[in-house]
Design a protein around this ligand. Structure first.
Ligand SMILES: [Zn+2]
Ligand SMILES: [Zn+2]
Ligand SMILES: [Zn+2]
Ligand SMILES: [Zn+2]
Ligand SMILES: [Zn+2]
Ligand SMILES: [Zn+2]
Length: 437
């Protein structure tokens, strides 16, 4: 775990890099995640470090010496010393990278032959630019800090798995994008635990031996899949669990392993939850879902109009506003994010805007769509009626559209009766014709 030999007493008790949540990382983290102004004494040095990517081992050794002297000149516990310590760490990491690059032709520091892209375990890793990062980043493989300014590191463009260059070849975790695409659905059983013995007391991901009651490396359960993990694979991250939402309408975030966290992130916008088949009763309990169902039906009806309207198509009306196309293309599939947005109420603001825009097009602005309205056969009111309107009803047999009130007053569909009468009439005529022959 100790990547560089920082002489602790010399730089004010900074511990070696360690896992995100462990106690020993606190001091290094406070150094690593420092934001704000760099002391003037260091500005020139920082700049040099960022720009001079080609620094030789000799130059780096000299810079480290300079930095060590700077440490001695500053007050203990001062902000300035913290910055210099951080700078010293970065210099040493750069020195380490420089030495590694000298023996490894594929190292990204070797510009002509270095690897900028690589596919491993389904991940599409892209070499990241060396930049001062404002947030702390941890390697998904070794769990220690990624010093983005000096260490070569990669990120998967599909699932955001990030790791050091040196960790890339030993990555164990399958790309979350591949896993969720192959699976095609969320786990819908709430925390389906099999127990530690069934796991042979091994971490479900890295297979490390799990010890009981040892504190630091205690097995951690992932609330999504019920499996146990070591603290390298489970960082106590919290996530909303799809099965708890669908069965209990419970949005409380629960602790999950890192693999699950990435899978849920990748899949959260995919319309893969068929709520009606998974839990039809939920619609009775959650008023908002009922409302959303009605609005989606309205939208679906409007979509039929817009799809066949030349003007709406030329205007790209359906697609220019919609960032969640499945809400329009289906009426029963939901993404996890949709349900979160129902819970927060956000989805209704969005959907109402779409409905207003589409209604205006169909009923006010567009002559083509206006001409496709129906006239209620019961009351013969000349105001066109549209099947997606809340006061309209469509006969399932003849697809005639009527006012709900008008339709309910009659026992049978007036259009169906009329069509039937016409059919009988035609039959009579045919019979008469037959008799004549
Ligand atoms: Zn690493
Ligand atoms: Zn990936
Ligand atoms: Zn593990
Ligand atoms: Zn139109
Ligand atoms: Zn009517
Ligand atoms: Zn009918």
């Amino acid at each position: 775990m100790t990547m560089i030999d920082i002489e602790e007493e010399e730089i004010g008790g900074v511990a070696p890099l360690d896992r995100p949540e462990s106690a020993s990382s606190v001091s290094i983290d406070s150094v690593e995640s420092m934001n704000g102004d760099i002391p003037i004494a260091l500005e020139a040095e920082e700049l040099q470090l960022a720009l001079n990517k080609e620094a030789t081992e000799e130059e780096l050794l000299k810079a480290i010496m300079r930095c060590k002297n700077l440490v001695l000149e500053t007050d203990e516990c001062s902000l300035e010393r913290k910055w210099i310590v951080r700078h010293l760490i970065e210099l040493r990491l750069r020195l380490q990278e420089c030495r590694e690059a000298a023996t490894d032709p594929e190292h990204p520091r070797n510009k002509s032959s270095g690897v900028s892209k690589r596919t491993i375990k389904g991940h599409h890793f892209i070499l990241q630019p060396l930049l001062r990062s404002t947030t702390s980043r941890y390697c998904d493989h070794c769990t220690s800090t990624i010093w983005c300014l000096v260490q070569a590191w990669y990120e998967c463009q599909d699932c955001s798995y990030s790791c050091h260059y040196k960790c890339m070849s030993s990555v164990l975790r399958e790309c979350a994008h591949v896993v969720t695409s192959e699976r095609g659905a969320f786990e819908m059983e709430i925390c389906p635990e099999v127990g530690l013995s069934a796991q042979r007391y091994k971490c479900a991901e890295c297979k490390a031996h799990l010890e009981l009651n040892k504190g630091y490396n205690d097995p951690k359960r992932c609330d999504y899949n019920g499996l146990y993990y070591c603290s390298g694979c489970h960082w106590n991250s919290l996530a909303i669990i799809p099965a708890r939402v669908v069965h209990n309408w419970d949005f409380t975030p629960k602790p999950v392993c890192q693999a699950t966290l990435q899978q849920l992130k990748v899949a959260s916008n995919r319309p893969i939850i068929n709520l009606e088949s998974l839990n039809p009763k939920l619609f009775n309990f959650v008023h908002e879902l009922n409302l959303l169902g009605r609005l989606r039906n309205d939208l679906y009806g409007m979509r039929k109009y817009l799809l066949v309207c030349r003007i709406a198509n030329e205007d790209h009306l359906l697609w220019k506003e919609i960032d969640v196309p499945h809400l329009l293309e289906t009426t029963n599939m939901y993404s996890l994010q949709d349900l979160v947005d129902v819970h927060s109420g956000e989805i209704f603001i969005k959907i109402q805007t779409w409905i207003d825009t589409f209604t205006k097009h169909i009923k006010v602005d567009c002559e083509i769509c206006k001409g496709r309205g129906h006239i209620c056969e019961v009351c013969s009111n000349d105001q066109p009626l549209y099947p997606f309107e809340s006061n309209a009803v469509t006969c399932e047999d003849c697809h005639g559209v009527f006012h709900k009130n008008c339709f309910n007053r009659k026992n049978n569909c007036p259009k169906c009766i009329r069509l039937k009468e016409r059919d009988n009439h035609m039959k009579d005529i045919n019979c008469v014709d037959d008799d004549d022959e």
